[in-house]
Design a protein around this ligand. Structure first.
Ligand code: FES
Length: 105
């Protein structure tokens, strides 16, 4: 079931920017790529690395531990050593507010 929760401060992210936010107790990385905001879990599927502390290169979020990459748009694993996707969470912007679907968490 959808459950949209506002993420204060996320609307300030500019193109190529990313930040970590705790939503409903879950740490997420939000990033703006191609003009749109995307949200994924802040936990690498390889060994729980903090993805929000890594870099963002285009649409690729880079794990700071061992270099795995994930597509921030859908959570797909793009580079070893990660093979499993990370959770991708729906995001929408309404009147300057950023909302994520906590029902997907
Ligand atoms: S914990 Fe992310 S690549 Fe190993």
């Amino acid at each position: 079931m959808e459950r949209w929760i506002e993420v204060p401060g996320a609307g300030a992210l500019r193109e190529g920017g990313r930040g970590t936010f705790v939503v409903d107790g879950y740490p997420l990385v939000l990033a703006r790529v191609g003009g749109a905001l995307h949200a994924v879990e802040d936990r690498c599927s390889h060994d729980d690395g903090p993805l929000g502390e890594g870099g963002l290169e285009g649409c690729e979020l880079v794990c700071p531990r061992h270099g795995a990459r994930f597509d921030v748009r859908d959570g797909r694993a793009l580079r070893m050593p990660a093979v499993a996707a990370i959770l991708s969470v729906p995001v929408k912007e309404e009147g300057g507010r950023v909302l994520v679907d906590a029902g997907a968490l």
